[in-house]
Structure formats: C-alpha cells, structure tokens
Ligand binder design. Structure first.
Ligand code: SF4
Length: 63
C-alpha cells in the first residue's frame, strides 16, 4: 500500500494539502503537517495532492 508523506524541511505550510484532503492532511499542535492513519490511501488522491503541492514536498512510500 502506498502512503503519502511530507518532507517537512521543504513544506511552506501553505495549507493546500489540508484543504484538498482534510481527512488525511492536518496540522498538528506543533504547527506542522501530519498524515492521519488510514486503512487505505487511494492512489489517485495521493497523486492529486502531490500535483498541487507548490513546494513539491509531498511524496509517497510503500508501507
Ligand atoms: S501543500 Fe505542500 S507546502 Fe503546502 S502545506 Fe501541504 S505539504 Fe506543505
């Protein structure tokens, strides 16, 4: 299964991912993007959010 992850060193906290996919992308208490635990991450949704990240810092990994 593929799971998205964020390279926090590149993330500008623009909030686009949290708007596009709020069930998965959220801001944690420390103010960084955090990925929620899900049973499954649809690959088309992962591709969409990757495409829209202006900092190109969303990637996906096989878990
Ligand atoms: S869209 Fe990219 S740059 Fe913007 S908050 Fe999400 S991970 Fe960070």
């Amino acid at each position: 299964m593929k799971k998205p992850f964020v390279d926090l060193s590149e993330c500008t906290l623009c909030g686009i991912c949290t708007e596009l996919w709020p069930k998965v992308f959220g801001m944690n208490d420390a103010g960084f993007v955090e990925i929620a635990d899900m049973e499954h991450y649809p690959e088309d949704r992962i591709r969409d959010v990757i495409k829209h990240c202006p900092a190109d810092c969303i990637h996906c990994e096989e878990i």
